[in-house]
Design a protein around this ligand. Structure first.
Ligand SMILES: *Cc1c(COP(=O)(O)O)cnc(C)c1O
Length: 396
């Protein structure tokens, strides 16, 4: 059996999405900016796709949704754009973010430190989130931007974005949220949240890879990251990926149709898996279930290196993760678990399981069985579970 439980890293393209994209590779392949029929043939599909995107996040007509190559680009764009517009100009000095952002935010902020930007990083509590009170304390009239993710990619914990945005605005700052892990899992309504910027990425909700977007409230000014042929109203140059845009829009529309299903079927399977895991002695799952997106579990299994567990799961055909896919090649401890304050040993024993609407009951039953066997096998040979040899990096 092959079981894919790494949907926070990327998802399968929904077959219906793929079907809708196909004509735009081989039949309707013109450049939308060209002044001939091949170009104009793409326009109805683009108009429909943009309409689906606006509806998908409840954007207003005078807002902008600018298509990008991925959420990494969207995140870089907001942070660097604000630097150009508000900080390099001397108007403001500071950006506030959290200790558990995706590297697309945290590394961009770290990069800007060299340009004199002050970065305030809010610590997270034991569930891995920040509170509105923390932001209130950290605010000041020197803050240009507050950037807080909507849901964390590793824990699945949901942040109180509406309240945080309100506090940022009261302090005169703009507010951005990286909503990549929220889309398709919980409703995302930009008017209700009242955020200024919101990033998302199609491949995290059963759309294609290499396409994302940045929502910009009231089409406000944000210096471009990509200069060139003035595509997308001059906001982001580069020939439009028509197939990708059609796919992203269809994927969002479909994901929104499945939100109730996510919160019934997917949540039930996730909870079943989680309840079974919690039967194992010395296992810990981060964050209250009800405060998480419905598909995610971040567990730490005492005495078992995350990579060893992945190896056993992979041999049995199950794909999981030790945490962020971007960091997992380095055999390092899970930075989110460290931020949460888990001790070193726990941070090395992270196992992230992230489901999707394509997972079945049989797959979950099989996974429970495989994990139970793997825990027995690995604990039997684990040195750290029984005693801690001197200098071992994950010694107790
Ligand atoms: C995956 C992910 C990103 C990056 O998205 P890409 O489209 O792959 O660049 C950003 N933020 C979060 C929270 C993510 O999970």
């Amino acid at each position: 059996m092959r079981v894919y439980l790494d949907n926070n890293a990327t998802t399968m393209v929904d077959p219906e999405v793929f079907e809708d994209m196909k004509p735009f590779f081989s039949e309707i392949y013109g450049n939308p900016n060209s002044l001939h029929q091949f170009g104009s043939d793409t326009h109805p599909a683009l108009r429909k796709a943009l309409d689906q995107l606006y509806k998908g996040i409840n954007a207003k007509d005078n807002d902008d949704i600018v298509v990008t190559s991925c959420a990494t680009e969207s995140n870089n764009w907001v942070v660097k754009g604000i630097y150009f517009d508000k900080i390099a100009t001397g108007e403001k000095k500071r950006i506030i973010t959290t200790a558990v952002e995706h590297p697309a935010i945290s590394a961009t902020c770290a990069f800007l430190k060299d340009f004199g930007v002050e970065i305030t990083i809010l610590d997270v509590n034991s569930e891995g989130v920040v509170t509105p009170e923390q932001l209130k304390e950290a605010m000041g009239d020197d803050v240009a931007l507050v950037s807080v993710m909507y849901a964390n990619n590793e824990t699945g914990m949901i942040f109180p974005i509406k309240e945080l945005a309100k506090i940022a605005h009261e302090g005169g700052a703009l507010f951005h949220t990286d909503a990549v892990q929220a889309m398709g899992k919980i409703p995302v309504d930009v008017q209700d949240l009242d955020v200024d910027f919101l990033s998302f990425s199609a491949h995290k909700f059963h759309g294609p890879k290499g396409i994302g977007a940045l929502y910009i409230k009231d089409s406000q000014k944000l210096s471009s990251l990509l200069h060139g042929g003035e595509h997308m109203g001059g906001r982001r140059s580069g020939t439009l990926d028509v197939a990708g845009i059609v796919g992203m829009a269809k994927a969002l529309e479909t994901a929104n149709k499945f939100i109730d299903f996510e919160n019934s079927h997917v949540r039930r399977l996730r909870d079943k898996l989680e309840d079974a895991l919690l039967q194992i002695p010395d296992i810990n799952v981060i964050g209250d279930k009800s405060k998480r997106v419905p598909n995610t579990i971040l567990a730490s299994i005492k005495g078992i290196e995350g990579e060893a567990m992945l190896w056993d799961l992979n041999k049995a055909g199950i794909a999981a993760s030790t945490g962020s896919a971007c960091a997992s090649e380095t055999l390092e401890s899970n930075p989110i678990l460290e931020a949460i304050g888990a001790d070193k040993e726990l941070a090395h024993t992270a196992l992230r399981l992230s489901l999707s609407r394509f997972n079945t009951e049989e797959e979950i039953d099989y996974t429970i069985d495989v994990i139970n066997k793997a825990v027995k096998r690995l604990r039997a040979i684990s040195s750290t579970f029984a005693y801690a040899p001197e200098g071992h990096k994950s010694g107790l």
